[in-house]
Design a protein around this ligand. Structure first.
Ligand code: ADP
Ligand code: UDP
Length: 238
């Protein structure tokens, strides 16, 4: 399947149309941004790593009953996906306090929750992705109650699957962001990416950060951390 016109260029990926109206090709860039685009940089090799990791994790989720947009990896940076209409909600699951949760509620990072939490942000860069609840999402017409119920059920199931998989590879899944989309027939599927850009991963013994916080917080060793996650989850370093 060949790319035709570019439909969209985002901060980390480009989306292209294909000759099949129902399919798109996503192309992963090395560009990195944080704090709603205020901090910009490059993480060499990130596009390849995030493409390959996302596809591995989407396959794992599909095997475990989660419908996803994944169709086929077409090159090291590019993947054929089902074109969806993105539900404009960032769905965030947390197992351990970190990032904006720790800041908002004035707690330290690293508190292991008895049960995972879920929150939604309205995916709108101009507004800075504000937190919203179900009622707000319904009022704004962003999704139906049934969509939200499906998304919540999938998100917690995804957490169970990913948490167990990461632990097998010595990684603690601290928190992560998911995006869901709708197929033309209304089916909700998991879309976008699952990578060190969109998850917090800590080494299970040292608690060393193996994710985009190394870039956000200028901790150094950014590329090494992305490569380490790929090595652990995919078994190689190229
Ligand atoms: P952003 O838009 O936040 O800068 P990216 O650079 O990752 O993010 O851009 C990728 C865009 O593609 C996102 O807006 C995402 O919602 C969208 N997207 C992800 N998967 C699909 C899909 N299967 N069909 C259509 N759009 C998608
Ligand atoms: N996240 C993301 N995109 C966003 C916001 C958050 O992928 O636009 C991910 C982030 O990488 C982390 C989780 O969602 O794994 C929770 O992020 P948090 O709310 O703590 O915000 P941050 O500290 O990134 O501002």
């Amino acid at each position: 399947m060949e790319k035709t016109v570019q439909l969209y260029e985002g901060k980390a990926k480009k989306v292209f149309a294909t000759s099949d109206e129902s399919l798109a090709i996503v192309s992963y860039k090395d560009d990195a941004t944080a704090f709603n685009g205020e901090k910009k940089g490059t993480i060499l090799g990130k596009g390849v790593i995030n493409n390959r990791l996302t596809n591995r994790l989407m396959k794992l989720l599909a095997e475990n009953g989660i419908p996803t947009h994944f169709v086929e990896e077409v090159s090291e940076r590019e993947t054929l996906v089902k074109k969806v209409s993105i539900v404009p909600l960032e769905v965030i699951i947390r197992n351990i306090s970190a990032g904006s949760f720790a800041k908002r509620y004035g707690v330290e990072e690293g508190i292991v929750f008895k049960a995972p939490t879920i929150e939604f942000s309205y995916k709108d860069d101009a507004l800075g992705d504000p937190l919203i609840n179900d009622f707000h999402a319904l009022a704004l017409g962003l999704a139906t109650q049934s969509d939200i119920d499906t998304i919540r059920t999938y998100a917690f199931k995804i957490n169970d699957i990913l948490k167990a998989f990461m632990l097998e590879h010595g990684i603690e899944l601290v928190d992560f962001k998911l995006e869901f989309g709708k197929l033309p027939d209304g089916t909700i599927v998991l879309a976008d990416e699952i990578s060190p850009d969109t998850c917090r991963f800590w080494d299970v013994t040292t608690h060393e950060k193996l994710d985009k916080d190394r870039f956000r917080r200028d901790l150094g060793g950014v590329e090494d951390a992305y490569n380490e996650v790929m090595r652990r989850l995919l078994g190689d370093t190229n």
